[in-house]
Design a protein around this ligand. Structure first.
Ligand code: PEP
Length: 258
């Protein structure tokens, strides 16, 4: 594999949403791990459904794959039917968690304030948060992309210190590109990433901004990953549909070989 001149180690993360049983999870990793056995210089994260987390952790035990929750509640325990805490994710073997995915915001009424509370709980538990931000089609067409990104960014991380912020991965996911087959062009994604990096620099300093990894999410496939990763501002991908199949997710992880 060619030595990378990238300023930051890339991260390729899969979000399985409400897909895959426990058996399907084990089958996936049996097929996937050999395909990425020689992959280096790229961190791999997979976020299965809660019910399959323990199987995913067991299947990836001696591998570089990091298992993530898709969501969490901000309280450590309590009368919150259906919810899962940061401590429960850690006990199951998770090392990361998605926070503020647009499907949580859209279908479950998740607000910036809830995202901020979840983020604090994740950081306190030692989980690496992947914080998702992104504008809808109407917001983009109304020239409100930067306003929305700024609001979501400050709403989520505004109260943190630079030290708290440093483990966080940001994911720029334009809502109009998620699950639609419509990807942002690499240039358009890089522009949004550049804007997010400016927000990080203004709030936490240039050094933190230079080290922050910002993933792109929205219909990433084996056929478009190389173009996206050719942009210096793009440090990886958050992949939904194409992460469900071992060969296509491995092709994305192995983007340098494509
Ligand atoms: C996602 O779920 O975060 C996502 C980007 O999905 P897809 O890759 O299917 O658009």
């Amino acid at each position: 594999m060619a030595t990378s001149s990238r300023p930051r180690v890339p991260v390729i993360a899969g979000n399985w949403k409400m897909h895959k049983t426990r058996a399907e999870t084990r089958e996936f990793f049996a097929a996937f791990l050999p395909l990425v056995a020689r992959t280096s210089e790229c961190e791999i994260v997979v976020a299965p459904a809660f019910t399959a987390l323990a199987d995913a952790v067991a299947a990836t035990k001696d591998s570089p794959v990091m298992i993530a929750g898709q969501d969490l509640h901000w309280e450590p325990q309590g009368a919150f039917t259906g919810e899962v805490s940061a401590g429960m994710l850690v006990e199951t073997g998770c090392r990361a968690v998605l926070i503020g995915h647009s499907e949580r915001r859209e279908h479950f009424g998740e607000t910036d304030e809830m995202v901020a509370r979840k983020l604090r709980a994740a950081l306190e538990a030692g989980l690496r948060p992947i914080v998702c931000v992104g504008e809808t089609l109407g917001e983009r067409e109304g020239n409100r992309t930067e306003e929305i990104l700024e609001r979501q960014f400050h709403g989520a991380v505004g109260a943190l210190t630079a030290r708290d912020f440093s483990p966080i991965l940001l994911a720029y996911e334009p809502v109009w590109a998620i699950g639609t087959g419509r990807t942002a062009t690499p240039e358009l994604a890089a522009e949004a990433h550049g804007f997010l990096r400016t927000l990080v620099a203004t709030r936490f300093g240039r050094e933190v901004a230079a080290a922050t990894r910002i993933l792109y999410g929205g219909s990433v496939k084996p056929g478009n990953i190389r173009g996206l990763m050719a942009q210096e501002q793009i440090d990886g991908a958050l992949v939904g549909g194409a992460s469900l199949e071992a060969a296509s997710f491995a092709a994305i992880v192995n983007f340098r070989e494509g």
